[in-house]
Design a protein around this ligand. Structure first.
Ligand code: NAD
Length: 495
């Protein structure tokens, strides 16, 4: 069914308009929205940075950054004609007057109804400053339009810094006006977790500790730190991947059914789930989390030899852990998570491992049958999109032997290519005012409180790094973490 797009009216003030994220992701995403008619006549973008460029030069930058998206030159130039540039240092209060005048001018010119999105695509140390100056310098629209603030990651580096940042933002914007980007939440199959769970009796009826043995979440990357060494070495996999993306995925898997499929109800359930996540003490954190750092092999440099990484760095490039929820639904069913760089492949998947049948009537002595396998629901998030369900069935040979059979649905590559990219979805959600796929402050706060405990323990213990080879699935300790519980990772190498 084709649904006609609703045109969203808004001014987008983009801070960091000449940066990497804006040119690589944001302009192409906006072009897609323009192409589909989600933004068309009534939108304008004011790009800002300290660069001294005019509108014409800025439009060239925008056109260049979207060139590979389409061959329709006329559409690209029409699109780019909505972009304006204001040279602006966000730390200089006097510079906001220009921005205010330009906003008022474009609001009138494009009949934007006073709707404003402020998108801060800059280093996080500027988030608070910009939010404060927007408020004190009267950039927020006061004539009935909306004001929304979009901020990039990372949101703090621990609970304390995140809280301080949140206090700064809250002084200028209400929680429902703040959209904290976690681009994983814009991915098709992450959003599909809710459809699979709450749209299917066969799954939701079994979605609890009576029928599920454990859930595994893997976010694997095959590249190393590349050009991000400076940032990454200060952060590490726990802060860079676990606190945000993994905790968000886990909360979608663990939450109760929301009253309705809308942002406030979904957030409420995610927060409730995260609040029942057990925050570990020192002993529990040491036992339930393991870390790794990649070594070198052949031409592949070890992490400590990468440009920009200190030779004695103890930053983890791999994390695996066991999460426990102390609530009625999940008590006794662990969630295992892992993420790392320079692993065997690049993919994200969730494996839901069901309990084996309590009685296996097929495998008795002399039956020749192998014991029944656990049913496994795998949700493929990327690069493939789809899911599979492993069930036991009789094989077609003489006699009676069961074997695992895989029921699989994978989106074809054409559909996968056409699927909106995360930034397209997320910018559209901001324009609609839908906060479903953004992290709320209570979620961020709970995630930091959990992660801080692990970090505290790791900061006082000396790791034995490097401890895994590129192309593997991480250190041996990640396998031992599950082996201790008499389990194993569903996805493993050389099966
Ligand atoms: P970047 O360094 O490429 O761009 C920063 C922009 O800010 C530039 O346009 C620069 O001119 C501008 N700027 C710097 N100081 C300024 C000042 N005082 N006043 C006005 N403008 C100033 O950074 P980026 O890679 O585009 O990242 C932006 C944000 O997005 C960061 O929070 C980052 O963590 C996040 N992010 C980036 C990526 C990515 O792929 N680049 C991915 C995820 C998240």
């Amino acid at each position: 069914m084709n649904i006609l797009p609703t045109e969203r009216r808004s001014l987008i003030v983009l801070f960091g308009a000449t940066g990497d994220l804006a040119t690589r992701k944001l302009y192409p995403a906006m072009l897609k929205l323009y192409e589909k008619g989600n933004i068309r006549e009534h939108f304008a973008v004011i790009g800002t940075s300290r660069h001294k460029i005019d509108d014409e030069k800025y439009r060239e930058i925008v056109e260049k950054s979207v060139a590979k998206e389409t061959s329709n030159k006329k559409m690209v130039s029409d699109f780019a004609s909505h972009f304006y540039f204001v040279t602006h240092d966000v730390t200089n209060v006097s510079h906001y007057a220009n921005l205010k005048d330009k906003s008022a001018e474009l609001d009138k010119k494009y009949a934007l109804g006073g709707n404003r999105v402020f998108y801060i695509s800059m280093a996080p140390n500027f988030f608070g400053t910009v939010a404060k100056n927007l408020k004190t310098q009267h950039l927020l629209s006061e004539n009935g339009g909306f004001n929304r603030l979009v901020i990039e990651k990372p949101f703090g580096r621990d609970f304390e810094s995140a809280k301080q940042l949140n206090d700064e933002l809250s002084a200028a914007f209400e929680e429902n006006q703040i959209f904290r980007i976690d681009h994983y939440l814009g991915k098709e199959m992450i959003q599909n977790i809710e459809a699979i769970r709450f749209g299917n009796t066969i799954f939701e009826a079994l979605w609890n500790n009576r029928y599920i043995d454990n859930i595994q979440v893997t976010l694997a990357e095959n590249l190393g730190v590349e050009e991000r060494a400076g940032y990454y070495d200060n952060s590490g996999a726990l802060r860079d991947m676990v606190q945000n993306h993994i905790m968000q995925i886990v909360s979608l898997l663990a939450m109760e059914q929301p009253v309705a499929f809308k942002d406030t109800d979904i957030r409420q359930e995610k927060v409730k789930a995260l609040r029942s996540l057990r925050v570990y003490n020192v002993a529990e954190a040491s036992t339930n989390f393991v870390r790794g750092q990649y070594g070198g092999v052949g031409n592949s440099k070890e992490y400590r030899q990468e440009d920009g990484v200190p030779k004695d760095s103890n930053t983890e490039t791999f994390v695996a852990g066991k999460l426990l929820f102390d609530n009625y639904r999940w008590s006794g069913t662990p969630f295992y998570i892992r993420t790392g760089k320079k692993l065997a492949d690049k993919f994200t998947r969730v494996d839901v491992v069901f309990k084996k049948p309590l009685v296996d009537i097929f495998s008795f002595p002399q039956s020749g049958s192998t014991p029944l396998n656990a049913n496994v629901l795998t949700i493929f998030i990327e690069p493939n999109q789809g899911f599979s369900l492993m069930v036991n069935a009789k094989n077609s040979e003489q006699g009676f032997h069961t074997e695992p059979v895989n029921l699989q649905f994978l989106e074809d590559s054409k559909r996968t290519k056409e699927t909106p990219q995360p930034y397209e979805r997320l910018i559209h959600d901001v324009l609609k005012g839908d906060g479903t796929n953004f992290a709320s402050w209570p979620e961020v706060a709970s995630a930091w409180k959990f992660v801080d405990q692990i970090r505290r323990v790791w900061d006082i213990q000396q790791p034995m790094f490097p401890n895994y080879i590129p192309g593997s699935m991480g250190p041996v300790s990640a396998d031992e973490l599950l082996a201790r519980d008499h389990r194993e990772w569903v996805y493993k190498l050389n099966k």
